[in-house]
Design a protein around this ligand. Structure first.
Ligand code: ADP
Ligand code: MG
Length: 701
C-alpha cells in the first residue's frame, strides 16, 4: 500500500467529491482518509439476531424480523394518507407503515416474498407497528455483504440535510476499507499483541466499523482503546524519563538556616503528617540532580501554602530565588500578605507583582530581581512577561493550576537557562485516572489530611421559597460574630443577566439587612482592582458582615471567621466549582455551613450535583462524580479539553485499559528505552509518525 494512503484528502474517495468533502470537514473535521477511518461509530444496531412477531416488546428498540407482506392498503386520514402493509411470520401478524413515498413503495414492494424488515416497533392497541422500516429481500440480504451489526456514526443536522446520512457514511467507510485492501500497518509489537491476545490492527479496524458479532466488536474496541492509550502513555512516560535524564536540575543539597530557623522558631502550628510527607517528597526531588516537575494536590484548606513557603525557603538556602504565581489579583495579594507576615521575623525580601503594580514600582522590582536582592516574588501571570527576569530562579510555584493553561506553565521553564524546579498546586482534586492521563509526566504528591480541629462543613439544599428562613439563620450567625458569603453565578454567555441577578440580590440583601446594624461588601469582576481590594480588605478585617460576590472569590481566599457560604442558583454551578466555593468556609474553629439555594425546577444532573455536595465533603469523591457527569474535557475547563484528543478511549470508563496501557508503556521503556529492539520496530515507526504528524497530542511544547 502507498505509505501515504491514509493522508489522501477525503475528496478523492469514490462517492465523496469536493462538495461532500467540504461538509465532512466543516461538520466532523474529516479531511483525510485517516480521519474517516477514525470516525468511530457511537453505537451499533444489532442485526445478528432476528425476532419473531410474538416475541416483540413495546420497548421502542430497533429489531429485525423475517416475514412476508400479505396485504397492502392505503388509509385516508385527516392529515394525509398512509400506506399500511400487513406483515406476517409463522408466529403472528403486525403492520408496516409509511407516511411518505407511498407510490414508490407500492410499486416496488413484492407481496408474499420473504423480506427482512428492520426498524423500531411500537404498539397500538394490540397490534405492533413499525413505521418506515428498512427492507431487504431475504435472498439479497443473504447474498450481500453481511453487515451483521449496523454502525451508527456521529451525525449532525447539516450532514443529514446534505444527504450524508448514516448509510452514506457507512458506505464511504466501506469504500475506504475496500481500497485499502485491509493493508493497515501494525503499530504494536508481537510480544504485546500476544500477551494481551489483541487482534491485528486491520481486523480491529474492520470490526470496529462492521462488526461481525458482539465478540469481535468487543475485541476490536479493546484493541483500539488499548493502542490509543498506550501511545499517549508512551509519550508521557518517555517525556518524564527524558526530563529526568537530560534536564539537569539545580540540586538543592542544603537544608540551610532559613528553612531550619523557620521550622524551629516560626511555624505557627504543627504540620500535619501529610504536610510533612509532602515536604519530604519535594525535598527528595530538589536534592536530586533532576529537575522537579511535581503536582501537589490537596483539598481546599489542607494547607498547601505553608508547604509552598517551606519549599521556597529551601530554594533560598541554596542561593536561589523563588516565585509563586496565582490566578487572580485577589489571591496573589492574599498570598503575598500571608507570606510576608509569616516571614516577618526573618531577613528576607519578598515582593508582589500584578497587573496593577505601578510602573515606577515595577522598574524597581525588575532591578531587584535581576541583581538578586529579591528572594521571593509573588504575583499573577504578570510574572510570565518577558521583561520579568530573575538573577537565578530556582523554584517556581503555581497555585490553583486549573486556571492556568499548559502553555503558561511551560513559559516558566524558560525563565532561566536551567529550568527551575516547578511545583504546581491544585485544590481541584483530580481523580488518579485522570491525573495519570493528563499529568502522566508529572510526579504527584497528595495532602490527604486536613489540619486538626476542623469541623466538617454542614451542607444543605434549600429552595428559593425558604429564603426568609435562610435570612433568619444568617442573622443568628452574624449575631454570634460570624461572617457570611453570598455567591452568585456569573456565566459568560448570560453575563448581562447574571449581573442583573447579582445587583438585584445585592439590593434585596441591603433591604433585609439594613445599615448600620449590618455592613455589606460586594465584589465582582467589573469593579476596579483597587475597589475590589478595598472591599476584600474590609471583609477580611471583619468590618463587613456579608460578602456578596461572583465566583471571583472562588479560589484560595482565606477568611477564617467566615462560617456561612450561601450559593445562589446553585444548580447552575459545576461540582468542582461548588466544592471550591464551599471551601471558603470551614477554615476556623467554628461550625461552618454551606447553603445551596435553587429554584424548584432541577435537571437530573443538577439533582445529582446537589445530593453529592450535601452528602460529602471529600474533594476526591466529588471529583469522581464530576468526572462521570461531565467528562474529562469539561472538568479541566475548555482550555485543556483539547489536550485529550482521544478518538475511542474514555479515560473514565476505560480506566482499566488505561492501567494496562500504562503498565505496558512503562515495561517497554524499561526493557528497551530507545526502542532499538527488532520486535519494537513497529512501535517506533508508528510513534515517530504520530509525533511527526502531530496526531498524538502535544503535551508541553
Ligand atoms: P489551601 O490548601 O486551601 O491553600 P491554606 O494553605 O490556605 O490551604 O491553609 C488553610 C488554613 O489552614 C490556613 O489558615 C492555614 O494557616 C491553616 N493551616 C495550614 N496548615 C495547618 C496545620 N498544620 N495546622 C493548623 N492550621 C493549618
Ligand atoms: Mg490555597
Amino acid at each position: 500500500m502507498n505509505p501515504n494512503f491514509l493522508q489522501t484528502p477525503i475528496a478523492y474517495l469514490k462517492g465523496v467529491g469536493p462538495n461532500r468533502a467540504d461538509t465532512l470537514k466543516s461538520e466532523l473535521g474529516i479531511e483525510t482518509y485517516r480521519d474517516l477511518l477514525h470516525l468511530f461509530p457511537n453505537r451499533y444496531l444489532d442485526r445478528t439476531s432476528y425476532y419473531k412477531i410474538n416475541q416483540l416488546q413495546p420497548s421502542g428498540a430497533d429489531v429485525q424480523i423475517v416475514g412476508k407482506i400479505i396485504h397492502l392498503k392505503t388509509v385516508e386520514q385527516k392529515r394525509g394518507k398512509r400506506l399500511v402493509a400487513s406483515f406476517v411470520d409463522e408466529t403472528g401478524q403486525m403492520e408496516l407503515v409509511w407516511f411518505r413515498s407511498h407510490k414508490w413503495i407500492r410499486e416496488n414492494l413484492k407481496l408474499n416474498e420473504p423480506y427482512v424488515v428492520f426498524g423500531r416497533v411500537s404498539k397500538y392497541g394490540s397490534t405492533f407497528s413499525m413505521p418506515h422500516p428498512e427492507m431487504e429481500l431475504l435472498r439479497n440480504h443473504e447474498q450481500g455483504l453481511k453487515i451483521a451489526m449496523q454502525p451508527i456514526y456521529p451525525s449532525t443536522e447539516k450532514l443529514s440535510a446534505k444527504g450524508i446520512t448514516n448509510r452514506v457514511v457507512s458506505k464511504m467507510v466501506q469504500q475506504l476499507i475496500l481500497e485499502s485492501k485491509g493493508n493497515f500497518p501494525e503499530p504494536l509489537s508481537r510480544p504485546i499483541l500476544e500477551e494481551l491476545k489483541l487482534i491485528p490492527k486491520a481486523e480491529a479496524l474492520f470490526n470496529i466499523h462492521f462488526p461481525k458479532n458482539q465478540e469481535l466488536l468487543a475485541k476490536a474496541q479493546f484493541r483500539l482503546k488499548f493502542e490509543e492509550l498506550f501511545f499517549v502513555q508512551l509519550q508521557l512516560i518517555s517525556k518524564k524519563i527524558l526530563r529526568k535524564q537530560k534536564i539537569k536540575g539545580m540540586p538543592f543539597g542544603e537544608v540551610g538556616e532559613h528553612f531550619t530557623e523557620f521550622f524551629e522558631n516560626h511555624l505557627p502550628f504543627d504540620l500535619t503528617n501529610a504536610q510533612k510527607r509532602v515536604i519530604k517528597e519535594i525535598r527528595n526531588d530538589l536534592g536530586s540532580n533532576a529537575q522537579m516537575n511535581r503536582l501537589l494536590q490537596g483539598d481546599v484548606g489542607s494547607g498547601k501554602t505553608i508547604v509552598a513557603l517551606m519549599c521556597m525557603l529551601l530554594a533560598i538556602d541554596n542561593g536561589f530565588q523563588a516565585c509563586l504565581m496565582a490566578p487572580t489579583e485577589i489571591l496573589a495579594t492574599q498570598h503575598y500578605n500571608g507570606l510576608k507576615e509569616l516571614l516577618q521575623p526573618m531577613d528576607l525580601k519578598i515582593a508582589l507583582l500584578t497587573g496593577s503594580t505601578k510602573k515606577s514600582e515595577r522598574t524597581l522590582l525588575h532591578n531587584q530581581l535581576e541583581n538578586g536582592n529579591l528572594n521571593i516574588l509573588v504575583g499573577t501571570h504578570a510574572l510570565l512577561e518577558d521583561k520579568v527576569q530573575f538573577k537565578n530562579l530556582g523554584l517556581a510555584i503555581v497555585d490553583e493550576q486549573h486556571r492556568f493553561g499548559v502553555a503558561q506553565r511551560s513559559k516558566l521553564w524558560h525563565k532561566n537557562n536551567t529550568p527551575p524546579h516547578i511545583l504546581v498546586m491544585t485544590a481541584t482534586p483530580i481523580p488518579r485516572t485522570l491525573a495519570m492521563s493528563l499529568y502522566g509526566d508529572l510526579d504527584i504528591s497528595v495532602i490527604d489530611e486536613l489540619p486538626p480541629g476542623r469541623k466538617p462543613i454542614k451542607t444543605v439544599h434549600r429552595f428559593d421559597g425558604n429564603r426568609l428562613k435562610v435570612f433568619r439563620f444568617i442573622k443568628d450567625e452574624i449575631a454570634k460574630g460570624r461572617q457570611i458569603y453570598i455567591v452568585y453565578p456569573l456565566i459568560q454567555e448570560s453575563e448581562a443577566m447574571d449581573y442583573k441577578d447579582l445587583m438585584d440580590g445585592y439590593e434585596s440583601i441591603v433591604r433585609d439587612f439594613p445599615q448600620p446594624e449590618y455592613q455589606i461588601s460586594i465584589v465582582h469582576g467589573k469593579m476596579k482592582p483597587a475597589d475590589k481590594d478595598y472591599e476584600m480588605e474590609r471583609f477580611l478585617k471583619g468590618e463587613t458582615h456579608i460578602m456578596i460576590a461572583t465566583t471571583v472569590i472562588e479560589v484560595g481566599v482565606n477568611v477564617p471567621n467566615a462560617s456561612v457560604m450561601i450559593i445562589e442558583s446553585a444548580e447552575r454551578f459545576g461540582l468542582s466549582q461548588l466544592h471550591q466555593l464551599r471551601g471558603r468556609v470551614g477554615r476556623g474553629a467554628e461550625q461552618s455551613f454551606c447553603i445551596l439555594m435553587t429554584g424548584n425546577k432541577l435537571s437530573e444532573d443538577a439533582k445529582t450535583r446537589l445530593q453529592t455536595m450535601v452528602g460529602t465533603n471529600d474533594g476526591f469523591e466529588i471529583a469522581e462524580v464530576d468526572l462521570k457527569l461531565r467528562g474529562p474535557g469539561d472538568l479541566m475547563g475548555t482550555q485543556q479539553s483539547g489536550m485529550l484528543n482521544l478518538k475511542i478511549a474514555d479515560i473514565v470508563k476505560d480506566n482499566q485499559i488505561l492501567k494496562i496501557a500504562r503498565y505496558h508503556a512503562i515495561q517497554l521503556l524499561k526493557n528497551d528505552p530507545r526502542l532499538e529492539k527488532e520486535e519494537n520496530a513497529p512501535i517506533l515507526r508508528a510513534y515517530s509518525k504520530m509525533i511527526a504528524n502531530k496526531t498524538i497530542w502535544n503535551y508541553i511544547s
